[in-house]
Design a binder for this molecule. Structure first.
Ligand code: ADP
Ligand code: MG
Length: 184
């Protein structure tokens, strides 16, 4: 069997997790052996589930690092899905390459950009090596247009990783995304 890498990316609230769950459910219908992972860091909704903002969910294994994924893969696994992949360290690239070379279909969902519009962690590399990249859009909370940016509501913290939800973040179109790099 030929392996492959698929990336689903976009801003927060764009339906990345919904799309990952849709692909996972279709694989389950096809009775293909699938394993789902997420970074342990992301415990916003549930520790052992991937949950979308529309409350859909699938069971997932939380892992602390990319290499932990490899340790947990069964020989019989045909599909590996990973949500919030932007939170993993650079080793995720090796892990993804190894899996696809072994013939595994790898489905990745993650933020392409942080709230400053900068590429997020390993995402640029993963998008480059992917066989297929899907960019999904949210709805701008200011005007309703398609949104490809994530706006951080509070300026108290400028760390790239600040796990939060609608309390901290909003989806915005480029016109209403008001991050000003010159303010730094
Ligand atoms: P992501 O994983 O990209 O953050 P999810 O798949 O978890 O997104 O959630 C997508 C769902 O979020 C939509 O189907 C919708 O129900 C809800 N939602 C809430 N706010 C927005 C928004 N501003 N734009 C689009 N969807 C939104
Ligand atoms: Mg998500």
């Amino acid at each position: 069997m030929t392996g492959s890498v698929e990336v689903v990316c976009g801003p927060m609230f764009s339906g990345k997790t919904e799309e990952l769950i849709r692909r996972v459910r279709r694989a389950q219908i096809a009775k293909q052996k699938i394993q789902i992972f997420k970074p342990a860091l992301d415990d916003r909704y549930h520790e052992t589930k991937v949950v979308s903002h529309s409350s859909q969910s699938v069971a997932a294994t939380p892992v602390n690092s990319a290499v932990d994924i490899l340790k947990r893969i069964y020989d019989s696994t045909r599909i590996v899905a990973i949500d919030e992949v932007q939170f993993f360290d650079e080793n995720i690239i090796k892990v993804v390459n190894k899996l696809s070379r072994r013939g595994v279909r790898v489905i990745l969902a993650g933020l392409d950009q942080d709230y400053k519009g900068e590429p997020f962690g390993p995402m640029p590399h993963l998008m480059a090596i992917a066989d297929d990249v899907t960019k999904v859009k949210a709805v701008c909370t200011s005007c309703g247009a398609p949104a490809s940016k994530t706006h951080r509501k509070s300026t108290d913290n400028s760390d790239q990783v600040l796990v939060g939800e609608a309390d901290l973040y909003e989806a915005r179109c480029t016109a209403h995304w008001d991050y000003q790099p010159d303010d730094e």
